[in-house]
Write a new protein. Structure first.
Length: 161
């Protein structure tokens, strides 16, 4: 009897094994990769939360398209309107760093853009950016900072290729 129950359980579990967490959703391959690449952080001012910071590492989502430098799709919301800048010379502005380095390019995007399908956020009150950095290594630490605001570091590890 124990053998019969064990065999039944084994067959039952094996029948369900071909599905994964994404099996119940209609997503393309890029959307699946974007879910695993999306990182989020609060933007704080002291102990108060004043916004949200989100980033997708595009090199892992579109490896054939984004592979020369490090590319991120960044979107954020701040209660107090501010935009990102390329350099960190002015402490009153927000800036991104990747492993301590400033971006090579920062392009502001419309709320409806070519990456909108990768996230559930398409709000007009968010700010959207395509950001590129020099290639820096296997561990990537993306940070949003200024003298007024701070966010947690978003850490990515490059896939082994």
């Amino acid at each position: 009897m124990k053998t019969l129950i064990s065999l039944f359980l084994l067959l039952f579990l094996n029948a369900c094994s071909h599905q994964n967490a994404f099996s119940q959703f209609k997503m393309d391959e890029e959307q699946e990769r974007s879910i695993t690449s999306l990182k989020r952080s609060k933007i704080t001012q002291g102990t108060n939360t004043v916004g949200a910071f989100n980033a997708l590492y595009l090199n892992s989502v579109y490896p054939n398209l984004y592979n020369g430098n490090e590319y991120f799709y960044v979107y954020m919301y701040l209660k107090k309107e501010q935009t990102l800048t390329l350099s960190n010379e002015d402490n009153n502005t927000l800036h991104l760093t990747l492993n301590g380095n400033s971006p090579l390019e920062l392009k502001k995007l419309n709320p409806k853009n070519r990456f909108s399908n990768l996230s559930s956020s398409k709000n007009k009150w968010n700010q959207y950016y395509l950001v590129s950095f020099d290639t820096v290594g296997k561990i990537l630490t993306l940070k949003l900072e200024s003298d007024q605001f701070d966010s947690a570091s978003l850490k990515y590890q490059k896939d082994r290729q």
